[in-house]
Design a protein around this ligand. Structure first.
Ligand code: CAA
Length: 300
């Protein structure tokens, strides 16, 4: 396998239509970025019309906010909104030259999406996954043309976080890598090329920090003590604030997917799992967003 150096930029393909599978929180955020920066049609799909409609409405709402802040003029605002559409019919992805998914974090679910997409898009279309902690190689193993498959991992909140991890899987070819790097640049993000390893670079470090913080609580240190103790470290958010931002379910999943291959190195947290399932909050806030307490639902 070629070393993960910078690919030849001249190999990058032009993107004229973006397809997004999964219209949830992350997809809505990066759909907004794609349409705003690439100014090409963006089509979103999900398992039912309701989710599709919510996704498209979410992108429109983000564009409205940008316009209200004076970051989009009226012409652009209306034009960009019109470029974002939704469908439950994946066959409408036929002319997408870049298709990316942000569906449920389970290998089989993602493999099914890409098996289907491969039948729909052209041979040259690039397929990307926003997975944060699954193996890109494993997802690619069902593909006819894994060379045009790449990891393209955004961070939450997409509008603000400057980085994209471009995951160079075993079979990703140089054209695909060059296109992914060019897309990241056109989105005005910095990008790093990472190997296909659990958590890539960022999440494996985050899994340590979040896992240690949860483990401290799970083994008896009160959550308010841990949260307060970590505030002066100067991280943009404490581990618990970050878990709330990404969602407790996603956070629990990140911990599990690191603990499974490396049980000596990473903690998982059954408490976090249970809180996620119960839809609980780690930190309770008042109407102004100030912290006013912590979850009482931990099982010791
Ligand atoms: N969506 C869009 N824009 C947002 C936003 C959101 N959810 N949250 C904040 N912003 C924007 C605000 O609108 C504001 O923009 P303007 O300056 O243009 O008005 C700007 O960000 C700063 O916002 P605030 O002043 O309210 O907030 P802040 O200075 O406290 O910063 C933060 C907020 C950028 C989120 C900061 O706390 C931070 O960097 N937190 C860490 C986030 C992080 O580590 N993310 C990675 C999560 S891991 C992940 O995503 C990977 C995974 O796979 C699980």
């Amino acid at each position: 396998k070629r070393p993960a150096g910078a690919p030849d930029k001249s190999l990058a393909r032009k993107i004229s239509k973006v397809g997004i599978v999964g219209a949830g929180l992350m997809a809505t955020q990066f759909a907004t970025l794609f349409v705003r920066r690439l100014k090409v049609p963006v089509i979103m799909t999900d398992i039912d019309q309701d989710r599709v409609d919510r996704g498209v409405a979410g992108v429109h709402a983000e564009l409205d906010k940008l316009a209200a802040k004076g970051r989009l003029d009226a012409d652009n605002h209306n034009r960009l909104k019109a470029l974002v559409t939704g469908t439950t019919d994946r066959s409408q992805f036929a002319d997408c030259d870049w298709a990316i998914e942000a569906v449920f974090e389970e290998v089989k679910v993602k493999q099914d999406v890409f098996t289907d997409l491969e039948k729909i898009v052209s041979e040259d279309a690039i397929l990307a996954t926003n997975t944060s902690s699954l193996s890109v190689d494993e997802i690619a193993s069902v593909l006819q043309r894994p060379e045009r498959f790449v990891g393209f991992h955004f961070f939450n909140p997409v509008a603000v976080m400057p980085l994209i991890e471009v995951v160079n899987a075993t079979k990703t070819d140089e054209e695909t890598l060059a296109t992914a790097m060019a897309v990241a640049k056109n989105l005005k993000k910095s990008a790093v090329i990472t190997r296909d390893r659990p958590g890539f670079v960022v999440n494996r470090v985050l899994a340590k920090i979040l896992g240690e913080a949860m483990h401290a609580v799970d083994t008896g240190t009160p959550i308010d003590v841990v949260d307060t103790a970590l505030e002066p470290l100067g991280l943009p958010m404490t581990p618990f604030e970050l878990l709330e931002l990404v969602g407790l379910k996603v956070g629990a999943h990140v911990l599990e997917s690191h603990h499974a291959p490396f049980p000596e190195r990473f903690f998982e947290s059954k408490n976090l799992d249970q809180l996620a399932d119960a839809g609980a909050k780690l930190i309770e806030r008042d109407g102004k967003g100030q912290k006013k307490g912590y979850t009482k639902e931990f099982k010791k």
